[in-house]
Design a protein around this ligand. Structure first.
Ligand SMILES: Cc1cc2nc3c(=O)[nH]c(=O)nc-3n(C[C@H](O)[C@H](O)[C@H](O)COP(=O)(O)OP(=O)(O)OC[C@H]3O[C@@H](n4cnc5c(N)ncnc54)[C@H](O)[C@@H]3O)c2cc1C
Length: 546
């Protein structure tokens, strides 16, 4: 630990936090003084929890206190609840105030049920429930199971793994006639990894008798029917769904409607000085350990350079790598996520990185390999060979397609629906991100409005509602100090003037929101207050969505 180094507070004790602490030890050990802050005393290695119900792997945990000591860092058991940007102080769940020079937010994301009525698989906590389901299948009580990937920010691989592992489990026991279906909003299976992986995965599912329902948004599961949006349903005795992820609220930081934090290419939080973020808590759509580790490395170079180390800050250039557990052969999947891929798509049967851990981190994977036995970094000799490494051009549209906004994009106003332009307030209150919360409150009050669009250079970047201002006030934020940027909902869900009211209502329901900024391009042109609009509209909430 550096005696008079920069005080770096890392909020989190997961993949991104540990990778960042390891990177800082390598890049600037004599210039930084690192403290880890997490509400849970262990680091959990979760990926193999998917295999645990099938007795093919186990989850492993490590004491954070010991890991921190080994890294020359200190560890405090508490959660980050907010920050005071001006005083450079972090507030904790134990009512402590921790001063920092630089804060790295690496708090991960929390899993919430996405499909009412389904068994939600979050990881280690749900291993026994999957085992219970397997027992029901084996005893003949359950004949059909759907595995669901919900829309939004998720890591989809575990759903494929659960389906394939279930199939292998049943084949090994000679059990036939059980219908397994994978339901996904992706147009193709594992679409994110590119066409070759999609084809390989489709073939794999087919070989193993797992049907696929692609391009499907799952609604509610009740009475043996899984609702599919916008139309139809699927019969299943049981549904296993991945959770929808959300970031925990952290006062004083811009967050999206699901609590994710927007960052720039160096993982700096937009507009908040000396605060960076990495991992699942950021608004990057893919929530994956390897991506979290890459962001942590980027953040560490920025912090090390600022601390005076001879390091050039790198930019986030995501590479997606995966190891799919199939119950038969693992397949390595790699895809360059960027606009200028270095290589074309390739397929081979060798691991492209080492150790071949499920979570790939430049520092973390070898560190964990040196700390634990087999469960953590399965070697190729323990898993049957087989690999599909991929590098193909990243198409951001793939990520956008998984957002429910995409689902309603074709639903414009018609004779039966007046459309958003008829019901929005067409002269919305617009504030700048640097406006204080006091100024924003004054403007809202003067106009009798309950929400303002936050725009930077004419571009919508957030929405600030009365509830946000109440929250800031409850945190004793001085009206002349707190800024709109810190309290707004960043990257808000939007509609266009042409969107039908029914579609806007669907989005509001899906996201649990009451105001929708209306945009043309990225310019705010209106604000839709859902409660008022729906009262006025008197339209059926159609699309089969209501
Ligand atoms: C079942 C399952 C299988 C997966 N399989 C894979 C896989 O095969 N490959 C892969 O790359 N990824 C996989 N993932 C995803 C991977 O685990 C996550 O993307 C990764 O852990 C994200 O890293 P993180 O550091 O952002 O968050 P996490 O690793 O979740 O760590 C978050 C940390 O922050 C702490 N924390 C929470 N709230 C606060 C707070 N308020 N203040 C301070 N600390 C806080 C938590 O206690 C925890 O220590 C899987 C996930 C699951 C659930």
């Amino acid at each position: 630990m550096a005696a008079n180094g920069k005080k770096v507070l890392i909020a989190g004790g997961g993949v991104a936090a540990l990778e960042a602490a390891l990177a800082l030890r390598d890049l600037a050990a004599d210039r930084v003084d690192v403290e880890l802050l997490a509400p849970e005393p262990h680091f959990w290695y979760r990926p193999l929890s998917v295999a645990a119900p099938f007795e093919l792997g186990e989850t492993t945990r490590f004491e954070l206190d010991g890991l921190a000591r080994e890294l020359g860092a200190s560890f405090t058991l508490a959660g980050l609840t907010g920050i005071d940007e001006w005083r450079h102080v972090a507030y904790t769940s134990t009512n402590k105030q921790i001063p920092y020079d630089v804060l790295l937010v690496a708090c991960g994301a929390l899993p919430f049920p996405a499909v009412p009525g389904a068994l939600t698989f979050r990881g280690p906590a749900d291993i026994e429930r999957i085992q219970g389901l397997l027992e029901e299948i084996v005893s003949g009580d359950v004949h059909s199971v759907a595995f669901v990937i919900p829309w939004g920010a998720v890591w989809s691989l575990p759903a494929y793994e659960l389906a394939l592992l279930t199939s292998a489990y049943l084949q090994d026991r000679g059990i036939q006639g059980v219908e397994l279906t994978l339901v996904t909003p992706e147009a193709e299976p594992l679409q994110l990894f590119g066409a070759p992986a999609s084809q390989a995965t489709r073939a794999l599912l087919d070989e193993n008798g797992v049907a696929i329902q692609a391009g499907a948004y799952a609604g509610t599961f009740a009475d043996g029917e899984l609702e599919l949006i916008p139309d139809g349903s699927l019969h299943a005795d049981r549904v296993v769904a991945l959770p929808r992820l959300q970031g925990a609220p952290i006062d004083g930081l811009p967050q999206t409607v699901y609590g994710f934090i927007p960052v720039d290419a160096h993982c700096r939080v937009d507009g908040v000085s000396d605060v960076l973020a990495a991992g699942d808590i950021t608004s990057f759509t893919v929530k994956q350990g390897g991506i979290a580790a890459q962001q942590a490395d980027v953040a560490a170079t920025a912090i090390a350079a600022e601390a005076g180390a001879d390091v050039v800050p790198t930019s986030f250039r995501p590479v997606l790598r995966g190891l799919l557990l199939t119950g038969r052969e693992p397949r390595y999947l790699r895809r360059e996520l960027g606009f200028e891929p270095e290589q074309d798509a390739v397929a081979s049967y060798e691991a492209l990185w080492w150790p071949p851990a499920k979570i790939v981190g430049r520092y973390l994977a070898p560190f964990l390999a040196s700390h634990a036995g087999t469960g953590v970094t399965p070697s190729l000799s323990e898993l049957p060979s087989g690999a599909i490494p991929l590098e193909v051009e990243f198409d951001r549209d793939v990520l956008d397609e998984l957002r429910p906004e995409q689902l309603v994009s074709g639903y414009d106003a018609d004779d039966h629906d007046p459309g958003v332009s008829e019901l929005m307030s067409s002269d919305p209150v617009v504030v700048a991100p640097e406006d204080t919360v006091g100024e924003a409150a004054e403007r809202l009050l003067a106009r009798g409005a309950t929400a303002a669009a936050v725009a930077e250079s004419g571009r919508l970047i957030g929405i600030l509602t009365i509830s946000d201002l109440v929250r800031a006030s409850a945190m004793r934020v001085h009206p002349a100090e707190g800024r709109a940027r810190q309290w707004m909902t960043a990257e808000p869900v939007t509609v266009t003037p042409k969107t039908s009211v029914a579609a806007a209502a669907f989005l509001a329901r899906q996201y649990g929101i009451r105001h929708l900024p209306v945009v043309e391009g990225d310019r705010p042109v209106g604000m839709l207050h859902l409660d008022e609009a729906l009262q006025q509209a008197g339209v059926p909430l159609g699309l089969g969505l209501s």
